[in-house]
Design a binder for this molecule. Structure first.
Ligand code: FES
Length: 579
């Protein structure tokens, strides 16, 4: 067998170049699929990290995508090896897929480090699969390309476009208010999810697919090509070809995911009106690479950035429309031309961000606005501070009601998600539209897993009066497909002893988004007395196994909700042999 000179120095040579007992082990078992011995001649070995699962319907088409990646790797002279990792289905998993994001990232990290891989293509789509795979891969730092599965086709129901999650929420409110029938509700379920792919609103999946493109770790147009569109498979094939070159160039993940790349992602997040979930995910990915990123970076860099994209939940269109209008490259070009991005950031295809988008054109200005005539001005995520959230809280002003952005109201407190469900439909609940709803114990440790329950349902009696928004405050997250004046990610969370745990019915709270403040009007003395009497509730599920480890080690929202021992120290050392 002639050794390819390019194989010198590759990680996989620690396995396959061995001419001894261990080399026999490493090669022979892989040859049971009919491989000739020149398969081990020094060609780059590339993993295809697949999150296909029938329990993750958004990633249900990933076997096809993996085949296209495989073809691309073979065409470029690489050796593809596909492997599964824990998949996280957002709609099915209880208590929340977010509880398992870090576990899936550990699966990815250990699979990459333990095996004879020189590079990896990450196949990801449903919300938590994207950050989990990026976090795990970042901890190993091989040459890496992300390929997203793409959004579903637009939903259509009785003459109107309906979007994943966003219309689920609005229609469930309509059902509770008696405005639609149960039959109509069921009819809409089928009309909404009518093709392969992830949620087709600018929810968390589409936001994270956009982050993959803005960070430069995916190829241009990664964010928006619909899942059933043949161009999605074409992108996968090109990624397969390119990853082989990246291995040859030793273009590791850390060469792309620099501080500049994260700053680009943060500004892009504002320009697309993206999900608040991206805040915790970007913090966690940066943490794995040892890049200091803080909540303040989101406010400082992007709160003044205009939102250009008219997509649900903040707007009216869907991801399919976004792609046909030109997709994320148009947004990136608008930002580059205003000097808002690091134009020279290097991306996975070896070109700079600016080079990638130089020829991007917009085909529909109702979907993608120009920067000078934006869809919404100054629409980035705002970071709040105050005695209710000394370590920060998050609000997305573009999804909020303008009249509530500066408001003082009486707290109506729910001690748990069960308490909320138990009392929210009570006609005697003492609440009106000026009140502020407060939900406790839904943070990283409290739920556990920091569920997407921050956009609490409104009381039916207020819905019937036409009330459609109220201020809601919690330590939870919110689905990227949701909307409303919702303060999220309060840190420290109630379960960690934050002042959120001490709020009582009738306390007055002031939200002032312009001043970036969230304050509880209760004196320090009274808070100290309440704290002395405070007894944290028992965490369900946390007595054993992964959940116990998670609760003991999880960081707060302002640190990305990662496990403390997974931050930093990234690398891909080859461990000793097994025999
Ligand atoms: Fe999978 Fe929304 S539920 S992307």
């Amino acid at each position: 067998m002639d050794e390819k000179p390019e194989g010198k120095g590759l990680r996989s040579r620690e396995w396959f170049a061995r001419q001894d007992k261990m080399g026999f082990y490493y090669r022979s078992w892989l040859r049971n699929r009919g491989l000739p011995d020149d398969q081990f001649d020094g060609r780059p070995v590339v993993g295809i990290c697949n999150t296909w699962s029938e329990l993750t319907p958004c990633n249900g088409h990933f076997r096809t995508i993996a085949e296209h990646v495989r073809h691309g790797i073979l065409e470029a002279g690489g050796y593809p090896l596909e492997f599964p990792v824990l998949s996280l289905g957002e709609t099915q998993m209880r208590p929340t897929a977010m509880l398992y994001r870090n576990l899936a990232s550990m699966d990815v990290e250990e699979a990459l480090r333990a095996n004879p891989l020189d590079g990896v293509v990450l196949l990801m789509g449903c919300d938590k699969t994207t950050p989990a795979l990026l976090m795990g891969a970042a901890s190993v730092d091989l040459p890496t390309i992300g390929v997203s599965g793409g959004p579903m086709l637009s939903g259509h129901y009785r003459g109107q476009k309906i979007g994943s999650g966003t219309n689920t929420i609005s229609m469930s409110e309509q059902l509770r208010a008696g405005e639609i029938t149960l039959r109509q509700f069921h009819e809409a379920e089928g009309a909404m999810s009518r093709s392969a792919g992830s949620c087709m609103t600018m929810g968390t999946a589409s936001t994270m697919a956009s982050m993959v493109e803005a960070l430069g770790i995916g190829l241009p147009t990664n964010a928006a090509i619909p899942a059933p569109d043949a161009r999605r498979n074409q992108l996968a094939r090109l990624a397969g070809r390119r990853i082989v070159e990246m291995v040859r160039e030793d273009m590791r993940m850390s060469k792309i995911l620099t501080r500049q790349a994260f700053e680009n992602a943060i500004r892009t997040l504002a320009a697309i009106g993206g999900s608040t979930n991206a805040v915790v995910h970007l913090l966690a990915i940066a943490g794995r690479l040892g890049i200091p990123l803080t909540l303040e970076d989101f406010d400082r860099l992007a709160s003044e950035v205009n939102c250009l994209v008219n997509l649900k939940p903040s707007g009216e269109h869907l991801m399919e429309d976004f792609y046909y209008a030109g997709g994320l490259p148009v947004v990136l070009r608008e930002l580059v031309e205003r000097g808002l991005l690091h134009a020279d950031a290097v991306t996975a295809n070896g070109r700079t961000l600016a080079e990638n988008v130089a020829e991007a054109e917009c085909w529909n200005r109702d979907v993608i606005h120009s920067y000078d005539a934006p869809f919404k001005p100054h629409a980035g995520i705002a970071i709040l501070r105050g005695n209710l959230c000394p370590d920060g809280a998050v609000i997305k002003p573009s999804a909020a009601s303008p009249h509530l952005l500066q408001h003082t109201g009486r707290a109506v407190v729910f001690e748990s998600i069960e308490d909320l469900h138990h009392r929210i439909n009570d006609e005697d609940l003492d609440i009106d539209e000026t009140c502020i709803m407060v939900l406790k114990y839904c943070g990283p440790k409290g739920y556990p897993g920091m569920a997407e329950v921050g956009n609490m349902p409104l009381p039916p009696k207020l819905l019937r009066q036409g009330v459609r928004d109220m201020i809601r405050i919690s330590d939870a997250r919110m689905s990227g497909t949701a909307y409303g004046t919702v303060v999220l990610h309060v840190a420290p969370e109630a379960m960690a002893g934050g002042n959120l745990a001490l709020v009582e019915n009738g306390d007055m709270i002031t939200l002032d988004v312009a001043a970036r403040s969230l304050n509880l009007h209760v004196s320090d003395e009274v808070l100290a007395a309440r704290r002395a009497a405070w007894v944290p509730p028992e965490t369900p599920l946390a007595k054993r196994g992964y959940t116990k480890m998670y609760v003991e080690h999880v960081l707060q929202a302002d640190k990305g909700v990662d496990l403390d021992f997974l931050v930093g120290n990234s690398g891909s050392p080859v461990a000793r042999d097994n025999h």
